[in-house]
Design a protein around this ligand. Structure first.
Ligand code: SF4
Length: 416
């Protein structure tokens, strides 16, 4: 009889070191889904965006009160996301308010005709520190097919150029899935010539319009992590893997291998080496951020969630104290306690730096504390547990826990 690996049958975990900031008290980054409205209809859209704004969207005054509450955490990074933030007529006023408060402000507008050079200039004048656009393919054919609007690729590049022409720092976001795993070399080449300070590589989580079959395999994640690491050694920009904390595990494994080969010190640390680029605009980055653990997401109607990819509400900014929800809500507290993680993540030697994507675990199993289903690493300790009959083999473990196999969701999804 096998026993699942949980905190009950292993020794107490080390207390996690928190170097620069206590994520129990304040997030490093807060993302606000300004609106569900967007003129694009991307295949993977987490927000399931539609052309029109929701009638219960936060008003201008409510949004300002939310920004005031966010500022009380400290000078966190704040991202205006969507939908398309430019569908809100008050967006420049809100950027100005956030910047005046002292938040470090970024925005991820959709690549549509709304993002005119004039609008980009107004956003910069209002205090925007960085503008990010999405590019999911190295060619217009790949990108436009994914975004489902011809001309999206050219529009995205034009927005980058417009921002750079007025000295506004730029970033590219790329969603990695089945549609572009074969294009990763082309994407790496493309990024090197775009003049960006930051490339944020999102690994699909099957929520919203993204389906489980759209997600790349664990082995493909692994291969892409290695390519990102290789690129990070020479790229004139910082690279971050989102919804893929196991990239940090690959980085550490590569560094250990390099040290063993006598190449220690020959390369910069990809988790900090690129900070020189992403600190140019004051945005920077932090280590070991995970859903609800240094990361906070607020939906377009004010729902407070651990992540946009983990759409489970722990309260609403209209009626709850934001800091209290982040610090005290059971959902957030358990997500920050890595000793509660299950399966192979719970006994992994990389638990402190990784912890697996809590959003993907929830999306695939219904339990945000489950093991990351798309990680190729099997910890040595877990192998020994399997050998001793104390844990199930990994394939069997996940086969019995994927949604539809009887696993019950632990937390309910936020209202739409
Ligand atoms: S097993 Fe879990 S904690 Fe370990 S590297 Fe993989 S995702 Fe991270």
């Amino acid at each position: 009889m096998t026993r699942p690996a949980t905190s009950k049958n292993r020794s107490p975990p080390r207390r996690r070191a928190r170097a620069a900031r206590d994520f129990d008290q304040a997030p490093y980054v807060v993302i606000w889904e300004t609106t569900q409205a967007c003129d694009l209809a991307c295949r993977h859209c987490r927000a399931e965006a539609v052309p029109y704004r929701h009638p219960a969207e936060l008003s201008t005054d409510e949004a300002k009160r939310m920004l005031d509450a966010i500022r009380r955490f400290g000078p966190v990074v704040f991202v205006f996301s969507g939908g398309d933030a430019l569908k809100r007529p008050d967006i420049v006023e809100l950027v100005e308010h956030a910047a005046r408060l002292g938040l470090r402000v970024a925005m991820t507008p959709a690549a549509t005709p709304l993002a005119t050079p004039e609008m980009v200039a107004r956003l910069k004048a209002a205090g925007l520190a960085r503008l990010a656009v999405s590019l999911d393919g190295s060619t217009p054919a790949i990108h436009d097919e994914f975004r489902r609007v011809p001309g999206s690729f050219e529009r995205a590049v034009a927005i980058l150029r417009d921002a750079q022409a007025i000295g506004l720092s730029t970033q590219v976001n790329t969603a990695i899935g089945r549609h572009n795993v074969a294009d990763i070399d082309g994407l790496c080449t493309l990024m090197a010539g775009l003049g960006i300070v930051f490339w944020e590589v999102f690994f699909l989580v099957p929520v919203g319009r993204a389906r489980p079959e759209d997600v790349a395999s664990a082995e493909e994640f692994e291969a892409i992590f290695h390519k990102l690491y290789d690129l990070s050694r020479t790229a004139p920009f910082d690279i971050k893997a989102t919804a893929a904390p196991h990239y940090a595990r690959v980085v550490l494994q590569r560094k250990v291998a390099e040290r063993r080969d006598g190449r220690r010190g020959a390369v910069p640390d990809p988790l900090t080496g690129g900070v020189a680029f992403s600190m140019q605009d004051g945005i920077g980055r932090a280590r070991s951020v995970n859903d609800g653990d240094g990361f906070l997401f607020i939906g377009h109607t004010g729902e407070i969630m651990p992540s946009g990819f983990l759409p489970v509400s722990a309260g609403n900014v209209r009626s709850a104290d934001l800091a209290q929800v982040y610090r005290q809500a059971p959902l957030f507290r358990v997500l920050r306690d890595r000793s509660l993680l299950k399966g192979k993540c719970g006994v992994c030697e990389y638990l402190d730096v990784c912890g697996g994507s809590r959003a993907r675990a929830w999306a695939v199993t219904g339990d945000p504390l489950e093991a990351e289903p798309f990680c190729a690493h099997v910890p040595a300790r877990y192998r020994r547990m399997v050998e001793r009959g104390e844990a199930e083999p990994v394939e069997e473990y996940f086969r019995r826990r994927i949604r539809g196999s009887g696993a019950l969701p632990v937390f309910q999804q936020a209202p739409g």
